[in-house]
Design a protein around this ligand. Structure first.
Ligand code: NDP
Length: 246
């Protein structure tokens, strides 16, 4: 039997990149998976079809993470569809880069809404539908521990908030045996940070392993944290960063 048979999961931002790899892997492990997306309807539909072809079950829900009412409704829709949410993966996130003097107020509000506020909203709503023993997994970043170049202060702020939230939330939910953990990837090859993009050389120069990570590698760690063997891990930040922080 696959390790997550009988479980249902919600992944935010699951149409592309790391989120799509997580959706695929959780479905492969036997979970029924709902995921949100904001723009990439085609990719979302293709992912749902592919998973169905492979014998799994997934549904895509269009919900902009910047719209808190939409996020709350998406969680309720997933909970109604599956009767419960055992696993919540808060993955949706954007990057805003630039010197602090140049960051526009609207860009700051947008990254806070997507990277921080929607994590609060999705989590608050999901725990109302989460049985004891559930799992909450945030996709944070190594950049909450180490931001080795200029221009990343606001992104680091959002990922630092998520790490702190992880610790407080673990205390809130420990009595229900719900674990809460923060995965902290280093550079992972996606549209947001391509391995052949303009930052790649700088990134590789900072790392022990001279390669970008793959979405599948992050998905493997999510699967472990979501599974029965990881029941004693909570409130943790877990680096998966090719030695970026070493
Ligand atoms: P991508 O930009 O490649 O993919 C982002 C995913 O999130 C897409 O499915 C996108 O769907 C969705 N998304 C983006 N904005 C919204 C929104 N407003 N509402 C709903 N969904 C949204 O990003 P990555 O896969 O690289 O990043 C995923 C997470 O991993 C982020 O939290 C990021 O900060 C974190 N991370 C990434 C690293 C990297 O090097 N790639 C390193 C460390 C952390 P759609 O197209 O439909 O909007």
């Amino acid at each position: 039997m696959a390790s997550l048979t009988g479980k249902s999961a919600l992944v935010t931002g699951g149409s592309r990149g790391i989120g799509a790899a997580i959706v695929q892997r959780l479905a492969k492990e036997g979970a029924r998976v709902a995921f949100t997306y904001s723009a990439s309807s085609e990719q979302a539909n293709r992912l749902v079809e592919q998973i169905a072809k492979d014998g799994g079950e997934a549904i895509g829900i269009k919900a902009d993470a910047a719209d808190q009412a939409a996020v709350r409704e998406a969680v309720q829709q997933a909970a109604n569809h599956f009767d419960k949410i055992d696993i919540l993966v808060n993955n949706a996130g954007i990057i805003v880069l630039g010197p602090i003097t140049d960051i526009k107020e609207e860009d700051f509000q947008r990254i806070l809404a997507i990277n921080v506020h929607s994590v609060f909203t999705a989590t608050q709503e999901a725990v109302r539908h989460m049985p004891d023993g559930g799992r909450i997994i945030h996709i944070g970043s190594v950049n909450s521990d180490r931001m080795p170049f200029a221009g990343g202060s606001v992104y680091a702020l959002t990922k630092g908030a998520i790490f702190s939230f992880t610790k407080g939330l673990a205390r809130d939910l420990g009595p229900r045996n719900i674990t809460v953990n923060n995965i902290q990837p280093g550079p992972v090859d996606t549209d947001a940070n391509p391995a052949n993009g303009p930052f790649a050389e700088t990134m590789l120069g900072l790392m022990a392993l001279k390669r970008y990570g793959k979405g599948e590698e992050i998905a493997g760690l999510v699967t472990y944290l979501a599974g029965p063997e990881a029941g004693y891990i909570t409130g943790a930040g877990i680096l998966i960063d090719g030695g970026f922080d070493a």
